[in-house]
Write a protein that binds this ligand. Structure first.
Ligand code: DX5
Ligand code: ZN
Length: 223
């Protein structure tokens, strides 16, 4: 199949040195990340606060790695499209944050980005199957959103297997991404379940050599 994608999460990076932290996974070759994952938290949808649009704009200027915005925020209809307008490659928001996800996806795509839908660990996939054709990415959360360094919840892989079946039957084109607790101990089971793109925060930026961690995780996912 395709080469597995690795998306380091800068949530585990040094926020005062984001350009250097991005550069650590942006050298050409096997240590290069596919996407850089940026966790936007508003202190309401999740009990944590990180960064917003001005910092994402600065990150976009500092690196040529495609930026993957994971919006853990309320009111995505209002706040998500500006991240696409700013030049993010993929803009993902949470299914639990809105009653009407499709127009949000349409606005993100209109602004020139890929649109992603994210599901918390306890949110079922089935009610969203019908609308996934409006999306480019499905982000399956394998921890409760809000914090890095939590333990992987293997039960969410049921959703990965289910959506992989739908995609393989040819009924849907969708990139399947997983986020939370991905590391050397968990990435293989996630790869077996059909994940395309692996977010890893502490397992990349918690290491002395983030680039080497990217290469090692990708090799493990491909094995
Ligand atoms: C958590 C964030 C994740 C986080 C993952 O809400 O969405 O992207 O950075 O961190 P790790 O890989 O350490 O679980
Ligand atoms: Zn995330």
């Amino acid at each position: 199949g395709k080469s597995p994608m690795i998306a380091p999460s800068i949530l585990s990076a040094d926020f005062a040195n984001l350009a250097a932290e991005a550069a650590a996974v942006a050298k050409d070759g096997s240590t290069r990340a596919d996407w850089l994952h940026v966790d936007v938290m508003d202190g309401h949808f999740v009990p944590n606060l990180t960064l917003g649009l001005p910092i994402v704009e600065s990150i976009l200027k500092s690196t040529d790695i495609p930026i993957d915005c994971h919006l853990m925020i309320e009111d995505p209809a209002r706040w998500a499209p500006p991240y696409a307008e700013a030049g993010a490659y993929n803009v993902t928001f949470h299914a639990e944050a809105t009653n009407d996800p499709v127009p949000v996806a349409r606005d993100i795509r209109k602004a020139g980005a890929k649109a992603g839908l994210s599901l918390k660990p306890g949110t079922p996939l089935e009610p969203y199957l019908e609308i996934l054709k409006s999306f480019d990415t499905l982000l399956i959360m394998s921890v409760e959103p809000g914090f890095g360094g939590q333990s992987f919840i293997p039960e969410v892989l049921e959703k990965a297997r289910a959506i992989r079946k739908v995609i393989d039957s040819g009924d849907l084109t969708l990139l399947v991404e997983i986020d939370g607790g991905i590391n050397a101990d968990t990435i293989e089971q996630a790869a077996e379940a059909g994940i395309d793109c692996f977010v890893a925060g502490s397992a990349v930026y918690g290491k002395d050599d983030p680039g080497a961690a990217v290469a090692a995780l990708r090799a493990q996912a491909a094995a």
